[in-house]
Design a protein around this ligand. Structure first.
Ligand SMILES: C[S@@+](CC[C@H](N)C(=O)[O-])C[C@H]1O[C@@H](n2cnc3c(N)ncnc32)[C@H](O)[C@@H]1O
Length: 290
């Protein structure tokens, strides 16, 4: 199926306007593959015919479906592993001490796709009942894609999906086979909440999250949209909270509201006054003579 330059520009423009995601020239080959199932389902023969329907505005729900089909939803359980080890080894033990009085932890997975990241977090807590017994663990998963959020809410995955990132023991312990697929057990499904949300909009309420994960979401945002997204994420964090990005992503050059936590590579903290966290930590050390 061929797509004209003007049609691909219209689709790229629609995607960017709704989500901030840029479909650069080198990634426009994705359009045909991404939209082929939707075209079949809707009985539309060509991409140019699709554009005509979109431009005429006859089917408002179609434009949302097109945007969702163009998004990259790649995800799997415990993606990249190391970040989850960092949470278990450093951030969660630290929060167990800091939040001991309230026994409440709030986590936000922004751009959670079909929910594997959220259920991976739920497994971290469920696998350490001695520490977390009696605690309230709020895990919120959000995504701009309604289809992803609907799937995440079911907590149900295909055989292929459930095997990606999970060992056989974890799979059998935390998922049960149902006619619809492998469903997360009740104990895992009770903690997370999911909602549709665009990271370029004000943060979901209530915020002050102890940990915000926004992994593999910002890669294709323009620099100004990245800055806006970091402002939104920073605004949603507790004063002593952390932001975790995907491998190879960084705040550097995009915001001065967040800086690397020198104690934990891969986590970012609020800088407060726009100075770097490294500088504030250095200032604190020299003030205490450490
Ligand atoms: C590549 S997936 C990453 C999923 C998960 N965070 C991970 O690392 O495995 C990126 C997700 O971000 C979502 N996304 C893209 N732009 C978004 C936006 N502006 N607001 C919220 N979610 C967005 C996409 O729908 C997609 O599900």
């Amino acid at each position: 199926m061929q797509i004209s330059d003007s049609s691909s520009r219209i689709l790229a423009g629609l995607l960017e306007a709704r989500t901030g995601q840029q479909l650069t020239m080198s990634r426009r080959w994705r359009i045909e593959t991404a939209l082929s199932a939707l075209l079949r389902e809707r009985g539309i023969n060509t991409l140019d015919e699709l554009i005509t329907i979109l431009v005429m505005g006859r089917e408002p729900s179609l434009s949302q479906q097109v945007v969702e089909a163009l998004l990259n939803n790649e995800t799997y359980f415990f993606r990249d592993r190391a970040p989850f080890d960092l949470l278990s080894r450093y951030a969660l033990p630290e929060l167990a001490k800091r939040r001991h009085a309230t026994k409440r932890i709030r986590i936000w997975s922004a751009g959670c796709s079909t929910g594997q990241e959220v259920y991976s977090l739920a497994m971290l807590f469920a696998e350490d009942p001695l520490t977390w017994q009696g605690w309230t663990i709020d895990v919120l998963g959000t995504d701009v894609s309604t289809a992803c959020v609907d799937r995440a809410r079911t907590g149900t995955y295909t055989q292929f999906e459930v095997q990606r990132g999970l060992g056989i023991n974890q799979m059998i312990k935390w998922f049960e086979e149902t006619p619809e697929g492998w469903r997360a057990v009740e104990a895992l499904r009770k903690a997370p909440r999911f909602q549709v949300h665009n990271i370029l909009e004000p943060a979901p309420h209530p915020s002050a999250f102890d940990i915000v994960l926004c992994r593999n979401v910002l890669l294709y945002l323009s620099p100004d949209k990245k800055t806006l997204a970091f402002e939104r994420l920073a605004g949603a964090m507790a004063e002593d909270g952390w932001l975790m990005l995907g491998a190879g992503e960084t705040v550097i050059g995009n915001t001065n509201k967040l800086g690397a936590d020198i104690n934990a590579r891969g986590l970012y903290r609020l800088t407060g006054d726009g100075s770097t966290v490294e500088k504030r930590q250095g200032d604190r050390r020299s003030a205490t003579g450490a």
